[in-house]
Write a protein that binds this ligand. Structure first.
Ligand SMILES: Nc1ncnc2c1ncn2[C@@H]1O[C@H](COP(=O)(O)OP(=O)(O)OP(=O)(O)O)[C@@H](O)[C@H]1O
Length: 335
């Protein structure tokens, strides 16, 4: 468990204090994938650097499995960091070492006997799908392969926590998807806690269980990804969701101005996503419906659908009540 208790952080720049993080409380539970999303300068890197003791809070307390990284001596901090793996946007591999030697590096630093290192490295490379590349150098690898080496290296000392600092920001969408799938698999199979920071809601949607939204050092929203993604409350969160869905809310609303009927946004979750509800309810209540926008996708493993429809004629109140009774979240859109 990782806990932030009223943690804040300021830096002294040119004789004045710059606040990177305002006082915040946060609890990351063992075994979950927790995402932190924010624009550049929001405080994301500062927040994860507080977890492995690379930064100390200006106030409040960080607890990692009950230990305060800021209060540990050098030996305590080294032991804590062995339990925390980290991967980076630009991979941070050693260019003069082969793939296998990069993965072996933290094991050598930790004093692992030479006889154990080769088999552990082979096991790690198999896990990330890179056995055949063991003797290559980083320059001979694609971005996705380099990040897989970074992941293998981060897992070498069997950490319980994996920190991911914009781990897919330098990768194309397809490679991003495969690296995120690997992180999800590692989380499932090894049960370790994954904390990732990103500026892309798409990354959060694909792998995270819970999310916190940072805006200029303030924690403005947090919760289950399905709740935050489907019902964002803060303006910054809404912008991140619109970007992920490639939707221009303003343009959509002006398009809808000419549409007659009651405008509704319906959110289907889980099994409801694939049920033929709309047709049945239209028949039962005599309404007609006009589909204006829609998307069916997944939030991690949970299917969801979101439709914007106009209801015309019939008993629209009864139709809305029936949708609600069937477990659909109904929001009437103001125009
Ligand atoms: N070592 C430092 N010295 C001075 N100011 C710092 C330091 N580290 C961070 N800051 C400032 O703190 C704020 C938050 O920075 P941080 O790097 O945590 O944001 P971020 O969300 O990770 O941004 P990015 O996505 O661009 O990396 C910024 O205003 C930044 O300039």
């Amino acid at each position: 468990m990782i806990e932030f208790q009223q943690v804040h952080k300021s830096f002294r720049v040119g004789g004045r204090e710059v606040a990177a993080l305002q006082p915040l409380d946060l609890r990351i539970v063992e075994g979950e994938v927790f995402g932190i999303i924010g624009h550049s300068g929001a405080g994301k890197s500062t927040l994860i650097r507080l977890i492995n003791g690379l930064e100390r809070p200006s106030g409040g307390r960080v607890l990692v499995d009950g230990e305060d990284p800021g209060a540990l001596d050098a030996a305590g901090l080294r032991a804590l960091r062995r339990r925390i793996g980290m991967i980076f946007q630009h991979f941070n591999l050693l260019s003069s070492r082969t793939v296998a030697a990069n993965v072996a590096f933290p094991l050598e630093l930790a004093g692992t006997p030479q006889s154990e290192i080769a088999s552990r490295v082979a096991e790690l490379l198999a896990r990330v799908g890179l056995n055949e590349h063991a003797n290559k150098y980083p320059a001979q690898l694609s971005g996705g392969q380099k990040q897989r080496v970074g992941i293998a290296r981060a897992l070498a000392c069997r950490p319980r926590i994996l920190l991911c600092d914009e781990a897919t920001s330098a990768l194309d969408p397809q490679t991003t998807a495969s690296v995120l799938a690997l992180l999800a698999q590692i989380n499932r199979e090894l049960g370790l806690t994954v904390v990732l920071i990103t500026h892309e809601m798409e990354v959060i949607r694909r792998v995270c269980d819970r999310v916190a939204v940072l805006d200029a050092g303030h924690l403005v929203e947090s919760g289950q990804v399905a709740d935050v993604f489907l019902h964002p409350r803060h303006a910054t969160t809404r912008r991140f969701v619109s970007e992920a869905e490639h939707v221009n809310e303003g343009a959509l609303h002006s398009d809808f101005a000419a549409v007659s009927g009651r405008l509704l946004r319906l959110t289907f979750l889980g099994q409801h996503t694939y049920e033929p509800l709309l047709g049945r309810i239209a028949r039962e209540t005599g309404v007609d419906y006009n589909i204006l926008a829609g998307r069916i996708d997944r939030i991690k493993d949970l299917p969801y659908g979101q439709l914007t429809i106009a209801l015309v004629g019939g008993d629209s109140d009864a139709a809305i009540a029936a949708l609600g009774a069937a477990g659909v979240h109904v929001e009437e859109i103001a125009r």
